[in-house]
Design a protein around this ligand. Structure first.
Ligand code: GLU
Length: 473
């Protein structure tokens, strides 16, 4: 039934929350406060499309203001409904806490299928939606900061910023009202790839753990691991290309709207993305086989399954058929809570969304800081570092009597650019958060899975934020 899936998604998030909350020492009242969505703004607005008025249904949900601004993407999808946005907003709160991004959680949704509208129509809808947010103080650098999500990207963020800026004359921080903007309009280098790159760093960290790999019967290291990717959108495509090109992973299967393709020997993901762009489909990609059943990606033979599209893809109906040893939740909510027991019994590790896809909001945080500081990262220190490293190379040459090659010098004596700093900050964030979760998992006897451990790590941080406010004695 309509909306049933999304309601189940929200319930699934609440169930996972309750399961983890029962394992914390936080006061009950405080846990109930953290659990609920603080503000739900449901709107309907008319937009004239082809000379006819269409009433658009849209939402913005602020889950928690224990830290402000609240933060989270805006989704354009025909599946959007209130429960879905509430579930996604809740996940944002825990995600931000986990990776120490000092924001509360929020999410927006516009119930449209973007492919059915022209660019001009989409701009009209986006600008009108932004106006609704402005009217209710649901957007602003210190209030609530949207970003891209499923069905939106830098283009929509540029429209949002421009609309906001038109209304808020004289607001010196208006650029920080939205993140994921194009570089030319206050965006940050490395934001587009950030979620996928974060997935790569997180997965690589797990695969480097000898104890975890021994338990699932895999060797350590990402190199040579066989990945199946569901969804070649922003998150799925960057996860796949970075895992292949930087980690040496092998992409054996890819699932998209047109179907699922498979090649046990691996497929060059860069070539596949190019092929899909040129042909409008992946089907027919040289060396690959098409599966009869598109949903068969779930049970493909592989080491790591990477759902990178929408929620509730792995559920009790198909969890039993999974052959992978690890599920890497690049999407939000791809595994329903009713599948968790089955996966646990099969010994499958689930790296949860709230950790694994936190790279997007992490780099959004860097963008927000950049916008508030009104300065590009690296501007102050790049040349200083370059000169210092260069002097060091000179010194080494002098003391050893050897000449260091031009290329080696270029590699060593280089000051960091903005993108280098963003990647370094993201890598540090993902690795630190991984060990925080692993620490909870290994110390607590009753915690057996990464999702509960991640929830507990996040809840403890949010709880202490509330307790520090002195509201909960
Ligand atoms: N939509 C992304 C997410 O689900 C990014 C949110 C943001 O950057 O604020 O995490």
């Amino acid at each position: 039934m309509k909306g049933e899936k999304q309601a189940a998604f929200y319930q699934s998030v609440l169930n996972s929350f309750d399961k983890a909350a029962a394992l914390t020492d936080l006061p009950k009242g405080l846990l109930s406060q953290i659990r609920e969505c603080n503000a739900v703004y449901q709107m309907r607005f008319p937009v004239k499309i082809n000379n006819q008025f269409q009433v658009i249904e849209a939402y913005r949900v602020q889950h928690s203001q224990h830290r402000t601004p609240t933060k989270g993407g805006i989704r354009f999808s025909s599946q959007v409904n209130q429960e879905e946005v509430m579930a996604l907003a809740s996940l944002m709160t825990f995600k931000c806490a986990l990776v120490d991004v000092p924001f509360g959680g929020a999410k927006g949704g516009v119930k449209i299928s973007p492919r059915k509208y022209t660019e001009v129509q989409l701009e009209k809808i986006t600008r009108r939606y932004t106006t609704e947010l402005i009217r209710k103080n649901f957007i602003g650098a210190a209030l609530d900061v949207p970003a891209p999500d499923y069905g939106t990207g830098a283009r929509e963020m540029a429209w949002i910023f421009d609309t906001y800026n038109t209304f808020k004359i004289g607001d010196i921080d208006s650029l920080a009202c939205v993140t994921g903007k194009p570089i030319t309009q206050g965006g940050i280098r490395g934001r587009t790839e950030a979620t996928g790159r974060g997935v790569y760093y997180g997965l690589r960290e797990l695969l480097n753990q000898a104890d975890e790999m021994e338990a699932v019967g895999l060797t350590t290291g990402i190199s040579g691991k066989r990945l199946v990717i569901q969804g070649l959108g922003n998150v799925g495509s960057y996860t796949a290309t970075i895992s292949q090109n930087e980690g040496g992973a092998i992409i054996v299967g890819v699932s998209e709207l047109e179907g699922t393709i498979y090649n046990p020997d691996g497929m060059d993901i860069d070539k596949l993305i190019k092929y899909r762009k040129e042909n409008g489909t992946m089907i027919g990609f040289p060396g690959s086989k098409k599966l009869e059943d598109r949903d068969g990606w779930v049970s493909l033979d592989c080491d790591v399954l990477v759902p990178a599209a929408l929620e509730s893809q792995i559920h009790k109906g198909n969890a039993g058929s999974i052959k992978a040893k690890i599920i890497a939740e690049a999407a939000n909510g791809p595994v329903s809570d009713d599948a968790e027991d089955i996966l646990r019994d099969k010994g499958i590790i689930v790296l949860p969304d709230m950790y694994l896809n936190a790279g997007g909001v992490t780099v959004s945080y860097f963008e927000w800081l950049k916008n508030l500081s009104h300065m590009r990262f690296g501007r102050m220190e790049k040349r200083f570092n370059q000169n210092t490293y260069s002097s060091l190379v000179d010194l080494v040459e002098k003391t050893t009597g050897k000449v260091i090659g031009k290329r080696e010098r270029q590699v060593v004596a280089r000051g960091a650019d903005e993108v280098d700093l963003v990647r370094s900050g993201l890598e540090e964030t993902m690795i630190t958060a991984y060990y925080q979760i692993k620490d909870v998992k290994s110390r607590r006897k009753r915690v057996h899975d990464y999702r509960s451990a991640a929830f507990i790590a996040a809840l403890n941080k949010i709880g202490s934020d509330y307790l520090n406010m002195g509201i909960f004695p």
